[in-house]
Design a protein around this ligand. Structure first.
Ligand code: ZN
Length: 331
């Protein structure tokens, strides 16, 4: 079934310039805009998006009003709702018009028909396996490298923003489209080095509204080893039976940079309120990357700096837990 969904080089020939994998990805989007009305409309509607910026102490957070994201942001991700719908990432259920490019042998890169970015892709595994990062982290690094010339990869945990927690997938956005990717200087200044050897560096970053770990290396094996060690520390410290709540962003430019955001909650209380107090904002990797998505214009208009602080405080792993994770990881 997958084979009927794979785009060929000859299908792309009228759209492609250059020979790299990133050139093929760009060409796929152009082709899908030409051949799939929903994609044409929704990428054109990106012109209607509104953005505003909030300055914090040393860095900024962007807020984007994006009505196309209402379905994803308010998606029901409980087991019953998931079990009752056909999986929209399985090759057999993809819309007729949708075609993709193979990444790392067994993933299919697809144009996301409900974009946040001018180029936005979803990268599901060929098979219907649950969303989980521990054993798929190496795949994430490999795909980040494959697309690294122009794109950044991100991952939403099954209980942390993935709208298909039953089907393993990543997403890709244009490089530097998330504010965090441009805040390296601030992050370097405020990071605490917790592990370093010849090939890999692990740091913790607090005082950034949301807390995170940053892993840097050119070596895929060592990076995977340190990630799995850190994952285990997060899992034990937060007493998680399942995958601990987390979002991940990975960039590749000669070496990998892996941003890991451990979380204490999926959605803030404002999400569940009614009337004037409601803010429909369901934070996932992109939001933790510094680009908050509000699918309702009223929320975009009324959101304040205090709301942003409160939303992150309710959903990021708190300072005390980060300290305990570090202790566990370093012992
Ligand atoms: Zn599936």
């Amino acid at each position: 079934m997958v084979s009927t969904k794979i785009i060929s080089d000859s299908d792309l020939r009228n759209y492609i310039s250059g020979n790299s994998k990133s050139n093929k990805v760009e060409a796929l989007l152009k082709l899908q805009i030409d051949s799939w009305v929903l994609v044409k409309i929704n990428y054109n509607d990106l012109n209607l998006i509104k953005k505003k910026e909030f300055l914090f102490d040393g860095f900024e957070i962007l807020v984007q009003f994006n009505p196309g994201r209402i379905v994803s942001s308010s998606a029901k991700v409980d087991a019953k709702s998931i079990g009752e719908r056909p999986c929209f990432l399985c090759p057999k259920n993809l819309p007729f018009e949708q075609k993709g490019l193979v990444c790392k042998d067994d993933y299919l890169l697809l144009v996301n028909p409900f974009p946040i970015f001018e180029e936005h892709f979803t990268i599901p595994h060929f098979n219907h396996n649950p969303q989980e990062i521990y054993s798929n982290f190496g795949d994430m690094l490999a795909i980040a490298k494959e697309l690294g010339e122009k794109y950044t990869l991100f991952y939403n945990g099954p209980q942390c923003g993935a709208s298909a927690p039953d089907h393993m997938h990543f997403q890709a956005s244009p490089k530097n489209a998330m504010p965090i990717e441009n805040q390296t200087e601030y992050l370097n200044k405020s990071s605490e080095n917790i592990f370093q050897n010849d090939v890999v560096t692990v740091s913790a970053i607090t005082h950034y509204l949301r807390n995170l770990f940053l892993l840097e290396s050119k070596n895929i094996e060592q990076l995977t080893t340190e990630f799995q060690k850190l994952y285990s520390s997060i899992k034990e410290t937060t007493n998680s039976d399942l995958e601990p709540l987390m979002n991940i962003i990975v960039t590749f430019d000669e070496s990998w940079r892996v941003y890991i955001f451990p979380r204490k909650a999926h959605r803030p209380k404002e999400f569940f309120l009614e009337g004037a107090d409601k803010i429909l904002l369901s934070p996932a990797a992109v939001d933790f990357g510094g680009l908050l998505i509000t699918p309702r214009e009223e929320d975009f208009d009324k959101i304040t700096k205090e709301d942003i602080i409160s939303i992150f405080q309710q959903t990021t792993c708190d300072d005390a837990t980060i300290e305990r994770i570090i202790k566990h990881y370093c012992k």
